[in-house]
Design a binder for this molecule. Structure first.
Ligand SMILES: Cc1cc2nc3c(=O)[nH]c(=O)nc-3n(C[C@H](O)[C@H](O)[C@H](O)COP(=O)(O)OP(=O)(O)OC[C@H]3O[C@@H](n4cnc5c(N)ncnc54)[C@H](O)[C@@H]3O)c2cc1C
Length: 336
């Protein structure tokens, strides 16, 4: 394990917030997680940080940032139809995607381009282009940081939902995920229901294949999302709000083009990006903080925005959307 004292986390979060932590512990082997438990590290203030692409550091962090860097992709079971891959938490999500592309494994190809590490993927059940990672997760293993006992949860025990899992609820802040096991198919099959993907394949006159889907999705994503090597952000900043059917119908009277998606009985999911755009925030900039001009759901740091500036923008966005539509937006990003 490599420990850095009093260091900036700027290079460890995609928002590029330049705040300091008291300690940054880079965990190089899964066995070190047990050693950290024995040293009492989980009893003091700490935060487990993957690629930092779903967090906003709002201030200096007085405790230890624990950052897994151990990597491994292991085939644990294989049949004519499927492969079970046990992947270490510190593996880059992108590297797993490339592995699947090289080995012709089907199931997560639509999730190409999502930044971050494998250990974080189950936390918010990452999803894109009609696919959620829960469809391929067989189990999640690690150490409970409250009881210091190892855990292994099956897919059903992870209580996956839309951008949600047990790791964001009952087990929030209580687990160090060390490995995720994926069940991937060797049989060719694709999820093409998402319009932007099928349209891009059609536009290029391409048949579906792992490579073609990868190329098309990366193209569509790059046209909508900032390049995080140049502009700081954490992807979609807000969750799509879910409102009662009656409120939705009332809103439709004044906003006839209101975008909606199905939700649980009696509720409707709205598009947060549309509400933000209609509230006049798309492309608006306050100093180096702002709302991205190509996608209103994304808050951005154009260079040297401070955490206070980003927080001020997101609070104003929430306030204006609430005033205009009576809908309360909640951040999807983890605030620290
Ligand atoms: C440009 C951009 C595009 C994005 N597009 C998408 C998208 O299409 N779909 C989508 O779902 N998300 C998207 N995201 C959000 C983000 O990439 C994902 O949520 C990703 O899984 C976060 O991974 P990370 O390693 O960066 O996690 P972090 O941001 O480091 O952490 C996220 C959460 O997971 C916890 N965590 C991390 N590692 C562990 C571990 N080993 N054990 C226990 N808890 C852990 C952290 O404590 C934190 O609560 C996007 C982000 C960006 C910047």
């Amino acid at each position: 394990m490599v420990i850095h004292e009093n260091c900036s986390v700027k290079e460890y979060n995609t928002f590029k917030m330049d705040v300091h932590c008291a300690r940054l512990a880079c965990v190089e082997h899964p066995e070190e997680v047990q050693q950290m438990a024995e040293q009492g590290l989980f009893q003091s203030e700490h935060f487990i940080l993957g690629g930092g692409s779903n967090v906003l550091f709002t201030q200096d962090f007085a405790g230890t940032i624990i950052h897994p860097v151990f990597k491994e992709i292991e085939v644990v079971e294989e049949s004519a139809d499927e492969v079970l891959l046990r992947v270490a938490a510190g593996e880059e999500w992108e590297h797993l995607q490339l592995y699947c592309l090289q080995h012709q494994l089907y199931g997560i190809e639509n999730l190409i381009g999502i930044p971050g590490l494998v250990g974080s993927a189950p936390v918010q059940n990452i999803g894109a282009y009609g696919v959620e990672v829960k469809n391929t997760i067989a189990s999640v293993e690690g150490l409970r940081t409250d009881t210091l006992q190892p855990f292994a949860l099956t897919n059903a025990q992870c209580h996956f939902g839309y951008r949600d899992s047990i790791f964001k609820r009952e087990l929030k802040g209580k687990c160090f995920i060390t490995h995720v096991t994926f069940r991937l198919s060797k049989r060719e099959h694709y999820t093409l229901a998402y319009k932007a993907l099928s349209q891009e394949l059609e536009r290029r006159n391409l048949q579906p294949s792992l490579q073609n889907i990868t190329d098309c999705i990366l193209h569509v994503r790059n046209s909508k999302l900032p390049d995080i090597s140049k502009i700081g952000c954490a992807g979609s900043f807000f969750q799509n709000p879910i409102v009662p059917q009656a409120q939705f119908e009332q809103l439709l009277l004044t906003v006839p083009d209101l975008v909606s998606y199905p939700a649980d009985d009696g509720f409707v999911k709205l598009a947060a990006g549309q509400l933000i755009e209609k509230a006049g925030w798309k492309g608006r900039r306050v100093g180096d903080a702002g709302v991205y001009d190509k996608q209103a759901l994304v808050l951005v740091n154009y260079g040297n925005a401070t955490p206070q500036e980003i927080v001020s923008v997101f609070r104003q966005v929430i306030e204006d959307v609430k005033k205009r539509f009576g809908v309360i937006l909640s951040p999807e990003v983890n605030l620290l």
